[in-house]
Design a binder for this molecule. Structure first.
Ligand code: AHR
Length: 501
């Protein structure tokens, strides 16, 4: 691999390290919010969760859905607790007690030091209700809804600047699902009205809910044709899983992530050209992760059973899952010129890096580690990396490099960080990087790997596999004084970080 600090993709964007809290399963109730827990604050939020969210390095948190938002009435979640109605959540066949709503969520976000990203319901609702939520949240006072917020205990406006115009409206499962033409018009009118109230909002139009949706591409084209001048971002969602024991394909998930991003960019730029627009639409990759959708724990309850906070989507992640998550982070960083925000779905309990027991312990999943290392160490600019690696053919995603990598360069601190995955299942791989920076020395080199790649963390043991120092890493002056040569042995199925200064 060759890395040169002159060849820059764009800035490392803090919003790349966003996450997602949906009213789904135990993400909110008994996840971030659990008044019975010994560490709960006056609002019922677990302090131990807040601490791990900070350690994870999360920056932005999308709320309140997800499929949930397409049936949500935000008014149910504000005002005196005893007056809030319990409602059926059709998306997840659950009952929401509405104990947590926008005011509590924003208080939690401030406490956790994250930026709230709000979604409006464009499934069962429309322009008027989106405007109401915006007025309630962002107007200082002197109007019916802003004064209601103040009366409810939030004197200061919530000052939410990033808004999603609905969720996955292309999906037939979505309450209030729409065609691209129907959604495009509604998103455009909602965006126009919201900007009449607050012109400087950042708005996200719904893109496709997966790269294999039959309408992918055509959907983005039509939606952006309606909304181009009115929105800033188009959303992207993708989830990966290992299918039928095909680990080689699963490890190549980043290849699909790359091509998905490239296709969305191409479509947005085609609409730009056809409409003779100046600005560019960028991507808010506001749902991505590993998710085993076929497993029983992903199936919502049914029939008469409408539980509060059921166990749903509580995937237990393996070391291999964590390596895939690392690969997806590499893909997001590599596209920092066009991916301007991203949210790993989700934050707590629901396909999450952080797990909690109701009223009890908290623990880190394997996927916590690549996210935390990247969010905490990627700084400055993302560099183009010229990488030559052996390739293999994966059944699902085609040709994949055995190694994938990205580098970030913090000029001010003089720190270069190389993130790399080894997709090799049996073999270690020798990584050699010619860095066009002289006099670098090694600060730290770690690998996240285990001889049993199916190992998962539990509440009893979340520390057997951690990023561990990799003693094979070395730095030498490159011949001719052009820079430094960094070498390291990457273990099979591994996530690796090399810090140099
Ligand atoms: O993150 C879980 C679900 O996945 C979200 O509710 C939905 O938007 C997506 O299909």
């Amino acid at each position: 691999m060759v890395v040169d600090p002159a060849f820059r993709v764009g800035p490392v964007r803090p919003r790349t390290f966003g996450s997602f809290v949906e009213h789904l399963g135990r993400c909110v109730y008994t996840g971030i919010h659990d008044p019975a827990h010994p560490s709960a604050d006056v609002d019922g939020f677990r302090e131990d969760v807040v601490e791990l969210v900070r350690e994870l390095g999360v920056t932005t948190v999308r709320y309140p859905g997800g499929n949930f938002v397409s049936g949500y009435r935000w008014e149910d979640g504000v005002g005196p607790l005893q007056e809030r109605p319990a409602r059926l959540d059709l998306a997840w066949h659950s009952t929401d007690p509405n104990t947590v709503g926008v005011d509590e969520f924003v208080r939690w976000a401030r406490k956790a030091g994250v930026e709230p990203m709000m979604a409006v319901n464009l499934g069962t609702r429309g322009v008027a209700e989106a405007l109401d939520l915006l007025e309630y949240s962002n107007v200082r006072g002197g109007t019916e809804l802003s004064d209601r917020r103040r009366a409810n205990g939030s004197e200061e406006p919530h000052a939410i600047s990033l808004w999603c115009l609905g969720n996955e409206m292309d999906g037939p499962w979505q309450t209030g699902h729409k065609t691209a033409a129907e959604y495009g018009r509604l998103a455009a009118e909602t965006a126009r009205a919201m900007r009449q109230l607050q012109p400087d909002l950042e708005l996200v139009a719904c893109g496709s809910s997966a790269s294999d949706m039959p309408t992918f591409g055509a959907w983005e084209h039509e939606v952006l044709t309606h909304t181009y001048d009115l929105v800033d971002h188009v959303s992207a969602h993708i989830y990966f899983a290992e299918h039928d024991g095909d680990l080689a394909s699963f490890l190549a998930a980043g290849v699909r992530m790359d091509s998905f991003i490239d296709s969305i960019v191409a479509t947005a730029d085609a609409v730009r050209a056809a409409g003779k627009h100046d600005k560019r639409i960028n991507i808010s990759f506001d749902e991505w992760n590993v998710w085993y959708q076929d497993r029983a724990e992903s199936r919502p309850p049914s029939g008469e059973d409408w539980p509060v906070a059921p166990v749903l989507l509580e995937d237990r992640y393996t070391v291999a899952d964590a390596v895939v998550v690392g690969g997806l982070l590499i893909s997001l960083l590599r596209h920092t010129d066009r991916v301007h925000a991203a949210s790993q779905a989700q934050l707590v309990n629901v396909i999450a890096p952080i797990m909690t027991e109701p009223g009890g312990r908290i623990w880190k999943q394997t996927t916590f580690h690549p996210f935390a290392q990247t969010a905490n160490l990627a700084r400055g600019v993302v560099l183009h990396t010229a990488l030559e690696a052996p390739t293999y053919e994966s059944a699902r995603y085609g040709t994949a490099g055995l190694v994938d990598s990205v580098a970030t360069w913090d000029e001010e601190a003089g720190e270069l960080v190389i993130f790399a995955v080894n997709r090799g299942i049996e073999e270690s791989t020798e990584l050699a990087v010619d860095v066009h920076i002289e006099g670098l020395h090694l600060l730290e080199a770690t690998s996240y790997a285990h001889e049993d790649h199916t190992w998962s963390a539990t509440a009893d043991d979340d520390a057997t596999v951690l990023p561990r120092p990799n003693g094979s890493a070395a730095v030498a002056a490159e011949g001719g004084g052009r820079g430094s040569r960094v070498t390291m042995t990457l273990p099979p199925i591994s996530w690796n970080v090399i810090r140099l200064a």
